[in-house]
Design a protein around this ligand. Structure first.
Ligand code: HEC
Ligand code: HEC
Length: 160
């Protein structure tokens, strides 16, 4: 969680730096529907790497390549996985925005430090992230391992 906050801080910082060094703010991406349209290259990269690491996949899990030129066509919406990922982004933003309000209020009251930025990127990479559920798996488990499953984590003695 701490690392995510660092990522957000780094994102915001790099946005500022990026904008300071570029003359035109012309968006470089063509089909962003959730992320800020003028997001910097580094910020977009860090979000996409969060996706690949969280799901244990490569870019082509969600993106298609041109069969002739073999170049990736990141703006295309041809794979259902990309469309599901957009829904997942909205869900994750919703969870953070609407179900962590108390934590946000505690932070506002000074008990915890809270980034003031509430744009979609920072909300997406906060309390609950893609990794929280996926843990490196595109199809996260929805039931705990059986008692005799070797993958079942040991139960601490105090909880028995
Ligand atoms: C789990 C699915 C998923 C994975 C994996 C993924 N992406 Fe994406 N990517 C998306 C979604 C969804 C969008 C659109 C976000 C939006 O609409 O705001 C996107 C948008 C992009 C865009 C912007 C395209 C445009 O012009 O609109 C680029 C570039 C991109 N991804 C690169 C990458 C790279 C590079 C990787 C691998 C490191 C990667 N993506 C992995 C889901 C994914
Ligand atoms: C609250 C838990 C949760 C969060 C948070 C979450 N996911 Fe998911 N996601 C799931 C579940 C459950 C499935 C269904 C898995 C299945 O079909 O077996 C799923 C399915 C998906 C799939 C489709 C997999 C497939 O091939 O059918 C993609 C892509 C995906 N999630 C991307 C994301 C991304 C990107 C994020 C972060 C923006 C995210 N998810 C956040 C729980 C979550």
């Amino acid at each position: 969680m701490k690392k995510s906050i660092l990522v957000i801080a780094a994102c915001l910082f790099s946005v500022i730096v990026f904008q300071a060094f570029t003359k035109s703010n012309k968006p470089q991406y063509n089909n962003l529907q959730i992320l800020p349209k003028d997001i910097s290259h580094d910020d977009l990269d860090s979000v996409m790497h969060h996706f690949t690491a969280s799901l244990g996949v490569k870019c082509n899990y969600c993106h298609v390549g041109d069969p002739v030129t073999r170049k990736m066509e990141f703006a295309k919406d041809d794979k259902p996985e990309k469309l599901i990922a957009r829904k997942m982004m909205l869900m994750t933003i919703d969870i953070n925005k609407n179900h962590f309000q108390q934590i946000a209020e505690q932070m506002d009251s000074g008990k915890m430090a809270m980034p003031t930025d509430t744009s979609s990127v920072s909300y997406m990479l906060k309390y609950v992230t893609c990794y929280t559920c996926h843990h490196g798996d595109a199809h996260p488990e929805n039931h705990p391992p059986k008692k005799n499953d070797e993958n079942r984590p040991p139960i601490p003695p105090s909880a028995k």
